[in-house]
Design a protein around this ligand. Structure first.
Ligand SMILES: [Cu+2]
Length: 201
């Protein structure tokens, strides 16, 4: 193998160069948008953390995002994490229901006991439903990749007119694995922490 201008080449060098160029083009188009969120406790100031969301494009051309979150001060164990439909955290209820631009617009995860229950019992299939964050010795970490939402414009975008926010709940998400009548609180119950999602430069 010989080295020409810093590029390693073998006897098939003529084929290798176009392959490298193609790889360069692919990684350039995959270097997509990024967003961040500062996580704060809804009532407990000891809870704080941060999250990043990175959008990438798969070889198939599908947009997917990877959420990584680190939060200190939550109780040990698992806590539900979702992207909620409004970018507001004061109070945490202002983030409203789960991000879900589906046809019924039903963002309530567990409305079975309500006077007017949701028409679709959609949890855990809201577009903004994520996985639990696991907390050990007061330190929580979660990383999850989903193709249910995008940062770039489109029907699934969480950077929409009223924004979006992460909510971390008091209890774990059981993913409401029931055929009907989701149990109240199966999506994590009360709200412990919130973070408004903002596009990074
Ligand atoms: Cu939630």
């Amino acid at each position: 193998m010989k080295n020409i201008k810093g590029i390693s080449m073998n006897r098939c060098g003529a084929l290798l160069v176009p392959a490298l160029l193609l790889a360069g083009v692919t990684s350039a188009s995959a270097a997509g948008l990024k967003a961040t969120a500062e996580i704060k406790g809804c009532t407990n100031p000891a809870i704080s953390g941060s999250a990043t969301i990175k959008e990438q494009v798969t070889p198939e051309g599908i947009k997917e995002v990877t959420v990584e979150m680190k939060v200190d001060g939550l109780s040990d164990g698992k806590h539900a994490v979702h992207i909620h439909e409004v970018g507001a955290c004061e109070p945490c209820g202002a983030a409203k229901g789960h991000h879900d631009p589906g046809p019924f617009g039903e963002s309530r995860p567990d409305s079975a006991g309500d006077e007017h229950p949701a028409r679709d019992i959609n949890h855990p299939y809201h577009m903004g439903d994520l996985i639990n964050i696991e907390v050990k010795n007061g330190k929580g970490h979660m990383k999850h990749t989903t193709n249910r939402v995008t940062l770039s414009p489109g029907r699934l975008s969480i950077i929409d007119a009223d924004g979006s926010a992460f909510i971390i709940h008091t209890n774990s998400d059981t993913y409401c694995d029931e055929e009907t009548d989701l149990k109240k609180g199966c999506a994590g119950g009360a709200r412990d922490a919130c973070g408004i999602i903002r596009l990074a430069d």
